[in-house]
Design a protein around this ligand. Structure first.
Ligand SMILES: [Zn+2]
Ligand SMILES: [Zn+2]
Length: 378
């Protein structure tokens, strides 16, 4: 137990540091600064690997850096002006924060906080500094979370207190992918009972979409993926028909139009392939067909589509984190999990110790996992 004065000291702990593009992570001794004003320092308990960590590792130029943005932990200490957290609180980290006072946070229309939204420079929101260093050399953050470390510092608006009886090694999934998929169905598309849904990409996000669509009573939940090995798991999450486009003799949008008698009511792009956004729009029905994008493209960020698709009434809608206002909404999602109203355990295909974090990256690169939960040392 640290006394309050000791807790405001630098902590030396282990973190998985990315030193260069696409390189293996290296477990290093890092110094973690005390939390500054409005910040909290968290002892990370569990962190799951999300595809975006790998995409950023492979494409962005900011190094050295500590990745990880889907995590749970326990508050170790709090900085000045922090009133809503205390040492010992159980929290989920938020890669997109919520300040609760900016015009977006108070609009009732948006979860894109103007103050604590997605951080892209690898720095803290408050002072554009870092809280990690190795031998005096600063280490950049990722999405203002950096959970591949035994301890991390986040803005108090980038964490949310949750039910302390919820298993941290499971609910870490709700801090990104699993929650994003469900939110896209409930908050962004607002899928109605009896509707026809098509999902492109059946990873954790796509399967979350399937689960949420099933809970809304969708009549058709068509899952599209080029890996037929995903078919059984997809059906367990609510997919009613599985299509592997590589096994079709005609374009997949035509197959979908036939099955749905004119096109789906809702299409969800969960791959991060802008070409597939076009296919998703083409798979929707005239009049009210809605395509929601969830995937983050690694290459070719521009979307192109024939204007006639829009002229005939289709909508293309983007979202971040499934439209959830993270601080306001996540506690109730955790409670739904505790009441067994939503399933997330089934996304966890691997449990690994922190030392084996590179194995998690390999499993995801090879498409052999849904979620790998990385357990930090106790
Ligand atoms: Zn993520
Ligand atoms: Zn805000």
């Amino acid at each position: 137990m640290l006394s309050s004065s000791q807790s405001q000291q630098v902590i030396t702990c282990r973190a998985a540091v990315a030193w260069g593009k696409g390189e293996e992570l290296v477990i290093e001794e890092v110094e973690v600064s005390p939390p500054q004003s409005q910040e909290i320092r968290i002892k990370v308990v569990s962190t799951s690997l999300c595809r975006s960590d790998i995409s950023a590792l492979d494409s962005q130029p900011i190094f050295p850096r500590i990745f990880g943005h889907e995590a749970s932990g326990i508050v170790e200490s709090v900085g000045s002006e922090v009133t809503e957290f205390k040492k010992g609180d159980h929290v989920l980290t938020l890669f997109t924060g919520e300040c609760r006072t900016c015009s977006h946070c108070t609009s009732g229309k948006s979860n894109i906080c103007q103050v604590l939204g997605l951080e892209r420079k690898g720095l803290m929101h408050s002072d554009q500094g870092t809280r990690f260093s190795v031998k005096g050399k600063p280490i950049y953050h990722y999405c203002a979370v950096s959970s591949f470390s035994e301890f991390t510092v986040v803005h108090s608006g980038c964490a949310v207190k949750v039910n302390a009886s919820a298993p941290l090694e499971k609910i870490c999934l709700l801090s990104c992918g699993a929650a994003a998929g469900m939110g896209a169905v409930w908050n962004v598309a607002n899928v109605l009972e009896g509707s026809k849904v098509v999902i492109f990409g059946l990873g954790t996000v796509g399967l979350s979409v399937a689960q949420a669509a099933k809970l809304r009573g969708a009549s058709h939940i068509i899952g599209v993926d080029i890996n037929s090995a995903k078919c059984d798991k997809a059906k367990a999450f609510g997919v009613t028909q599985f299509i592997n486009p590589n096994e079709c003799s005609e374009p997949v949008q035509q197959v979908i139009k036939r099955i749905t008698d004119g096109g789906a009511d809702y299409a969800f792009e969960c791959i991060g392939d802008t070409g597939m956004v076009t296919t998703a729009l083409q798979s929707c029905c005239d009049g009210w067909g809605l395509t929601v994008t969830l995937g983050v493209p690694k290459v070719k960020p521009e979307v192109s589509a024939h204007y006639a698709l829009l002229l005939t009434g289709r909508t293309l809608k983007g979202c971040l984190f499934g439209g959830w206002k993270p601080k306001s909404d996540l506690p109730s999602l955790v409670d739904m999990y505790m009441k067994k109203e939503i399933q997330i355990d089934e996304f966890i295909t691997h449990n690994l110790q922190f030392e084996d974090i590179n194995e998690a990256l390999n499993l995801m690169r090879e498409g052999k996992c849904l979620r790998c939960v990385i357990h930090m040392p106790k």
